[in-house]
Design a protein around this ligand. Structure first.
Ligand code: SIN
Length: 307
């Protein structure tokens, strides 16, 4: 068995590196650039009950060490996804997760209900952390009661594992991680983006059309690592780590901090094959460190408080 073989919520993964939602379209668009079958898995962009146009441009700004986006969950809607994307996605031998967005609990439930009738998905990632809409999204992951309500409602209709994607824009991550776990989440993923502002001082305007956006990329990695570490210590379900991962060693850092698997997002903007490259580099790291299985690394950080 490969050193990279992993499992997440009972799903066998070729490797623990997934392409993150929102940076890998519906996966199929990358087929000419990346052998999708080699991915550990992929998470499609957020799907809503009805198609969404997203936010006014500009929607992306390259910041120091990262990127600010305010796409606003532009997507084709769950029914068009099922009709136009899922049949081809289902043929790819990798774990495909549907990222699900809603303005209300009923929206999340409806999107999952539609997807439950279809083959070809490994599980769901509930996006309760998008900072770029006026309702829904991030508002669910700032409040343990709201979070529990949406996760419980979705878990009642979902037969596949539900991963809850948490926001980093909170004072303490532990109560939210625990609320997701107690409400039935099979795993949590973190972090989504940090609410941020880029300013054009000459024109005295924000650089992003919607005003604020979400910061991602290497600039956020140390904060993401801290949050993954704290969340992993608070729950017994698996944690999927993301936030600025661009190399195999970055991925190794997240595994050591407590992640069972990782996602690569912003790095695909400068290297579309980065999820595969990160997996290859991680394998090299394991060989160099003489580690037989990636599973051995998970949660092995020797922090003073654990010694
Ligand atoms: C967006 O579509 O605005 C980004 C998605 C997210 O942050 O979850």
């Amino acid at each position: 068995m490969s050193r990279l073989a992993s499992s997440l919520c009972g799903i066998e993964l070729r490797n623990p590196v997934l392409a993150a939602s929102g940076t890998f379209a519906y996966g199929l668009e990358f087929a000419g650039l990346v052998d999708l079958a080699e991915l550990g898995g992929l998470v499609v962009k957020g799907l809503s009950r009805e198609p969404m146009d997203g936010n006014p441009p500009p929607r992306i700004w390259e910041a120091e060490g990262g990127m600010i986006n305010s796409i606003g969950l532009q997507n084709i809607g769950v029914r068009a996804f099922v009709r136009d994307k899922l049949p081809a996605l289902a043929k790819i031998p990798t774990a495909v997760f549907a990222n699900v967005f809603g303005y209300s609990t009923a929206d999340y439930v409806e999107v999952v209900r539609v997807l439950e009738g279809e083959a070809g998905l490994a599980g769901y990632e509930l996006n309760v952390s998008c900072p770029n809409t006026q309702h829904g999204g991030i508002f669910f992951s700032n409040d343990t009661a709201l979070l529990a309500e949406v996760v419980e409602a979705v878990c009642r209709v979902a037969r596949r594992p539900v991963i809850v994607k948490l926001s980093p824009n909170v004072a303490r991550i532990e109560p939210l991680a625990r609320a997701a776990e107690q409400a039935g989440a099979a795993a949590i993923s973190l972090v989504n983006t940090f609410v941020a502002l880029a300013v054009d001082a000459r024109h005295r305007r924000p650089r992003i059309g919607a005003g604020f956006g979400g910061l991602s990329g290497p600039a956020i990695k140390p904060i993401a690592l801290r949050l993954v570490y704290e969340a992993a210590r608070a729950v017994s379900i698996p944690v999927v780590g993301l936030g600025g991962i661009a190399t195999g060693e970055d991925a190794a850092e997240f595994l050591v901090a407590g992640a069972t698997a990782v996602q690569v997002g912003t790095a695909t903007f400068w290297d579309p094959s980065s999820p595969l490259r990160v997996a290859r580099e991680l394998e090299r790291f394991l060989k160099e460190e003489k580690i037989a299985s990636v599973r051995e690394m998970v949660g092995t950080l020797r922090m003073k408080e654990n010694e």
